[in-house]
Write a protein that binds this ligand. Structure first.
Ligand code: NAP
Length: 304
């Protein structure tokens, strides 16, 4: 079946904007709800894309959005939350409660196709609240009897508007030296354009239904290597010092409370206790040819 009208929840964010643009380029009609219209200003100009202000946690609003769609993509996710067991309230709301509400609304509106965004390393017994809550949300989606779900688990995603290499570059333009925890953690960064392509290709492909895909780049890097590359590509390479665990947790505690929201949290450090690399437990999409970081990052980091 070909799906023509797609509701993209979280379509205004970094990855969502690329998925929305790729869907629009493929001729799909796209509806993007956002809490603040201005946040999705960059999508207004895209043909076939309709941006609407809506609270996707409100069942009536969700029903109205789904009534105009024949498939839905759920990308909502947060990186930080207050504490809780097995996870904190913000993770509960974004990663668990929203999937629950989405499943119920899809049932009411007879929308049966759903692509879901999970994360590499999501695990109900994982070391961080983020990983545990992401796993719970994915399970809710996959267990929904009437939904044809495909779930994706990317490693950390890079691209011109990323909040990861850009932040590493910015920090190095401001500080003479970087002292951070988790520098030995491993990542397999994946390009945002490849992630968007995987979503758009899967949408109309019945072979992907009920499957979970890992999305990883061609190379594994330590956090220290990534910090170094971000410094080199942005023209401000700085020495990187790894902090011992106790100091790293103290630093994260302070960074949780900086004005403008957490820069880093103790839960982020917990996530880094397990390497963020392909597990081999799930396949990659058919024909997966990931873009090397070296082919893209130098250009957009040069702007720093
Ligand atoms: N970036 C990565 O490296 C990475 C790696 C693995 C997995 N992921 C997953 O990919 C997804 C998208 O990540 P991203 O980096 O694109 O995130 P992002 O830029 O922060 O965008 C998040 C999106 O979710 C929406 N959202 C967030 N909290 C919400 C809430 N409480 N209620 C309603 N909408 C909410 C935002 O909409 P508004 O317009 O309303 O703000 C925004 O569109 C997330 O699920 C994330 O866990 C990301």
């Amino acid at each position: 079946m070909k799906y023509e009208s797609i509701l993209v929840i979280g379509g205004s964010g970094f990855i969502g904007s690329h998925i929305t643009a790729a869907l629009s380029a493929a001729g799909k009609r796209v509806i993007v709800p956002t809490r603040r219209l201005a946040r999705a200003r960059h999508l207004w100009v895209l043909p076939t894309v309709q941006v609407v202000e809506a609270d996707v946690f409100n069942p009536q609003a969700l029903d109205r959005l789904l009534s105009q769609a024949d498939a839905v993509i759920n990308l909502v996710g947060v990186l930080h939350s207050g504490a809780g067991t097995p996870w904190g309230p913000a993770f509960e709301r974004a990663h668990v409660e929203l999937p629950r509400r989405l499943v119920a609304a899809c049932e009411r509106q007879a929308v049966t196709r759903c692509l879901h965004m999970c994360a590499l390393g999501a695990d109900s017994h994982g070391p961080s609240m983020y990983q545990r809550s992401k796993a719970a949300g994915e399970r809710i989606m996959l267990d929904a009897a009437d939904l044809k779900v495909t779930s994706f688990r990317p490693s950390v995603v890079f691209g011109p508007e990323d909040n990861f290499l850009n932040m590493f570059a910015k920090l190095q333009s401001l500080l003479p030296v970087l002292a951070l925890g988790g520098v030995r953690a491993k990542f397999q960064p994946v390009y945002v354009g490849d992630v968007a392509k995987a979503f758009v290709t899967a949408l109309d492909d019945p072979e992907t239904i009920g499957k979970v895909y890992e999305l990883t780049g061609p190379r594994v890097y330590s956090m220290k290597e990534l910090l170094h590359l971000a410094g080199v590509y942005s023209g401000h390479p700085r020495p990187v010092i790894g902090l011992p665990d106790s100091l790293a947790r103290l630093q994260a505690f302070f960074l949780e409370h900086v004005p403008g929201g957490p820069l880093m949290s103790r839960d982020n450090l917990d996530s880094m206790k397990s390497d963020n690399v392909a597990s081999g437990l799930y396949p990659v999409p058919v024909g997966w040819q990931p873009t090397p970081l070296e082919a893209v990052a130098p250009e957009y980091l040069a702007g720093h």
